[in-house]
Ligand binder design. Structure first.
Ligand SMILES: [Mg+2]
Length: 199
C-alpha cells in the first residue's frame, strides 16, 4: 500500500543549526552589526531575537533570499525520502514560504537532490493535507502539528527551541533528527500495511 506523505521544508528538510548557533542568528548579526541572541523560545523571529517588527521586516526583505539559498539540508533527509519514493510513496512538500521563492526552492531541492512529487506554498496546512489525502505529516511548527493532528492525521514534530514547551501526544510524535523521522515513518508504514495472511 502506498501513502501520500507530507513534509515541511524549513526546519525539517533544512538544517538551520542549533538554538545557540543557527543561520538566522548569523545572518541577523551580519545584517545589524550587533550581537543578537535568542532571547525567547517562540516561533516569532522578532520576539525570539529581540528585534522590532520593522527591523525584522527589513531583515527579511534583504536577507531571506540568502537564508533560503544558503541553508544546508538536514542530514539523512535525502536518503530517507529517496527510499520512500522508491518504495512507491508520494511525497508532498508543503511550505509556508511565499510563492515568490518557488524557483529558488526548486533549485535548492535539486541542488540537495531531495526527491518530491508535489511542492505547495501554503501557510494554513491542515486543509491542504486533507485535500491531498496525506496520511502522515512531518513539520517543526507546533501549531501546524496541532491543526493537522486535529484531523486525526499523525504528525512527526521535529524538536526545535520554539516547540520545546510541547511534549507531543498520542498522535504527535516528537523527534530530534531524520534517523528518528525514518524510524517513525517505518513504524507508521508497518502498522498501516495490511500483512498478507497465510491460510
Ligand atoms: Mg518549518
Amino acid at each position: 500500500m502506498y501513502y501520500n506523505l507530507g513534509i515541511d521544508i524549513d526546519g525539517v528538510l533544512t538544517d538551520e543549526g542549533t538554538a545557540e548557533n543557527n543561520i538566522w542568528q548569523r545572518k541577523m548579526n551580519e545584517y545589524f552589526s550587533r550581537d543578537i541572541k535568542l532571547g525567547k523560545y517562540t516561533y516569532n523571529l522578532a520576539e525570539a531575537y529581540g528585534l522590532s517588527e520593522a527591523e525584522l521586516n527589513d531583515f527579511l526583505k534583504n536577507k531571506l533570499f540568502e537564508v533560503y539559498q544558503q541553508v544546508n539540508s538536514a542530514p539523512g533527509a535525502r536518503e530517507t525520502l529517496s527510499e520512500l519514493a522508491e518504495q512507491g510513496h508520494k511525497l508532498f512538500l508543503i511550505t509556508a514560504r511565499h510563492e515568490n521563492f518557488r524557483d529558488l526552492t526548486e533549485d535548492w531541492l535539486e541542488q540537495h537532490q531531495i526527491p518530491y512529487h508535489e511542492l505547495h506554498h501554503q501557510h494554513d496546512k491542515a486543509p491542504l493535507v486533507l485535500q491531498k489525502n496525506i496520511s502522515l505529516f512531518v513539520d517543526d511548527k507546533k501549531e501546524n502539528a496541532i491543526n493537522i493532528a486535529a484531523e486525526n492525521i499523525p504528525v512527526i514534530l521535529v524538536s526545535k527551541y520554539h516547540n520545546s514547551d510541547f511534549k507531543g501526544n498520542q498522535i504527535i510524535t516528537k523527534v530530534d533528527n531524520w534517523e528518528q523521522i525514518k524510524e517513525n515513518i517505518d513504524l507508521f508504514l508497518s502498522k498501516n500495511t495490511p500483512t498478507s495472511k497465510l491460510s
